[in-house]
Design a protein around this ligand. Structure first.
Ligand code: C2O
Length: 605
């Protein structure tokens, strides 16, 4: 049936001369043990995990039929870093650009890729990609500026790894039992979603090494022992070649670098990815922060243990200049200030806020509100009170001032665009004001995911030249779950005229359980587009006089009580002849009701 659909699509597009690649992605659970410490279900594609990198060529059209065979979870795919020019409806995020793909259903992604570089694709369904549904996406460029120099290409992904499934982790993260919003700490670091990766290389050759951080949470320091890197691309933007001995990649960021191997050979070359532990609220004893791989000159020789590194001194990405020399956008037409913070709501859980609003997915996916709200699509009200929606006019210079009023580092990602980083403060610089700006670089860094320092700010600019609905969010998957999302609705009236959303996108919404409405405002109201009655909303704010500290104290006393009860029960169990193995989860995580393939691992006695 899918094949018939493809034939039809191929026929309809037969006249176009672009190369088209047709792929079928069957998403299923498979069991894997990538760090050798714990087997668990992971989300694979066509029975494969790690999911192989997808390689395409600039100018190519890809048609990917995604079938959800997970059985117990909805899914979706997002193409991180691709501008999706003219195809905003193929961008992936449910609630924004499409509906969820329910179990047993399919969705065809069909788009043209007109930009070269290093990207990745991942599930954009709430909290899902750290369960494994993620892989690099490489867009080969026949005109790559470093092609003369390059003898071979290597793709490396870095990721963090949890032993528990995301569903139970998310449930315990956004919870009254976690009032400080402490994020679960991963167990291990992975390279290519595995460990002990070896890559064959030859002396005297130059390699283009493409690197992607696909982690849920951890930023990575990355270095190649005894070798300097020449950065030539950042998030799909070619850069003036820049030397670096160490790179720092937040979740979502990419770099490609050139490395030339000594012509006289020598020992095999270890390379290391090391998680930035400053992101973690606590450092468990069993944390494996480092992962090593090797560039192998000679299989017969040993794989050396990497030497210790005393200080992490990574390249400051602000020093990177786009190769095309694009000057800083001046004459800002529209400034959007986003003050972000973390705080508790009335349910006692910790949430993330932009301008005192935590994101809640609307009833109608935002793009479908654009398409069904006529002249009202220009009015931000129709997109709801809890979606942090901003309507942008076409062809303006938009400036985002992001003030991070939180003591954590946050990597912010914009869909549909790369942005210029006009300014980025150091830690503790406070909020941005004209007075405390650093001087604007003439040719600023351009990328699609940027690190913002604790209690600091960043100023970003881009041209609104890509009609669509685009998310702007923290790429720490925990903070996506706690609402650190804004929505940019770019040139909606233009979008209404130019976007032709395939009917099967709307059909998919009808096949969700319960069906998802596709007409009207954020509340699904069709008659009065300014009436948001019934829109999805976050929990109420904390009652006056009830402080976050109060909740923390309350939770601690409840936990103390539970520990007492637990000790009494445990003492009782010691007395009873048969205790049930497997009753406890060895790493203390909650058991989800949704663990399809995993028989609860018993604690090794
Ligand atoms: Cu890679 Cu919305 O994210």
């Amino acid at each position: 049936m899918l094949h018939a659909l493809w034939l039809l699509l191929a026929f309809l597009h037969g006249a176009a001369c672009t190369k088209t690649t047709y792929l079928e992605f069957n998403v299923t659970w498979v069991n894997r043990n990538p760090d050798g410490l714990h087997e668990r279900p992971v989300m694979g594609i066509n029975g494969q995990w790690p999911i192989p990198a997808l390689h395409v060529t600039k100018g190519e059209r890809v048609v990917i039929a995604v079938s959800n065979h997970l059985g117990n979870e909805t899914t979706s795919l997002h193409w991180h870093g691709l501008y999706m020019n003219g195809t905003s409806y193929m961008d992936g995020p449910p609630g924004i650009a499409q509906c969820e793909i329910p179990p047993g259903e399919s969705f065809v992604y069909d788009f043209k890729i007109d930009q070269p570089g290093t990207y990745w694709f991942h599930s954009h369904t709430r909290g899902q990609y750290p369960d494994g549904l993620r892989a690099p996406l490489i867009v080969n460029d026949p005109e790559n500026p470093s092609k003369e120099e390059v003898d071979g290409e290597i793709v490396l992904s870095f990721s963090d790894w949890y032993h528990d499934l995301m569903r139970p982790l998310l449930a315990s993260f956004v919870s009254v039992t976690n009032p400080t919003g402490a994020e679960p700490v991963p167990k291990s670091a992975l390279i290519n979603d595995s460990q002990n990766v070896t890559v064959a290389i030859q002396p005297g050759k130059t390699y283009l090494i493409r690197m992607v951080n696909m982690a849920a949470f951890a930023s990575m320091y990355v270095w190649f022992q005894g070798h300097s890197m020449r950065v030539v691309e950042v998030d799909g933007i070619y850069t003036e070649p820049t030397e670096a001995s160490m790179l720092y990649l937040t979740a979502g960021q990419r770099y490609s670098v050139l490395i030339t191997v000594d012509p006289s050979g020598g020992t095999n070359i270890p390379f290391v990815a090391s998680m930035d532990e400053e992101l973690f609220d606590d450092i468990p004893d069993d944390l494996n922060s480092n992962v090593t791989g090797w560039l192998v000159l000679d299989n017969a020789k040993e794989l050396p243990t990497p030497s210790n590194v005393d200080t992490f001194e990574a390249l400051d990405d602000m020093s990177l200049r786009p190769l095309d020399g694009s000057a800083a956008l001046d004459k800002v037409d529209r400034t959007i200030t986003l003050d972000m913070k973390m705080d508790n709501l009335g349910d006692g859980a910790n949430y993330a806020f932009f301008n005192n609003n935590t994101y809640v997915e609307p009833t109608v996916p935002t793009l479908y509100t654009v398409m069904s709200s006529g002249q009202y699509s220009d009015n931000p009200i129709v997109y709801g009170s809890h979606t942090n929606s901003f309507v942008l006019h076409g062809n303006e210079t938009v400036e985002i001032i992001l003030n991070n009023n939180d003591d954590g580092k946050h990597p912010f990602h914009l869909h549909g665009h790369a942005f210029q980083v006009i300014a980025r403060s150091e830690e503790d610089a406070g909020s941005y004001s004209e007075g405390n700006t650093l001087s604007t670089p003439a040719v600023p860094l351009k990328r699609d995911t940027v690190l913002v320092q604790p209690n600091g700010y960043a100023v970003l600019r881009f041209r609104s030249d890509n009609p669509g609905v685009w998310l702007f969010h923290c790429h720490l998957e925990w903070h996506v779950a706690s609402g650190l999302i804004a929505t940019f609705i770019e040139a909606p009236l233009e979008l209404q005229k130019t976007a032709t959303i395939p009917p099967d996108h709307y059909d998919l919404c009808a096949r969700n359980k319960p069906p998802v409405p596709t007409l009207g405002n954020a509340a699904g109201n069709v008659d009065d587009l300014l009436d948001l009655n019934g829109e999805p909303a976050p929990p109420q704010p904390l009652p006056a006089g009830f402080t976050t500290k109060g909740i923390i104290a309350l939770v601690i006393s409840i936990l103390n009580g539970l520990i007492m009860v637990g000790m009494i029960a445990w003492y009782g169990m010691l007395q009873s002849p048969a205790t049930e193995p497997g009753a406890g989860d060895e790493d203390g995580g909650p058991e989800g009701e949704n663990q399809p393939l995993l028989a609860g691992p018993g604690p090794g006695t």
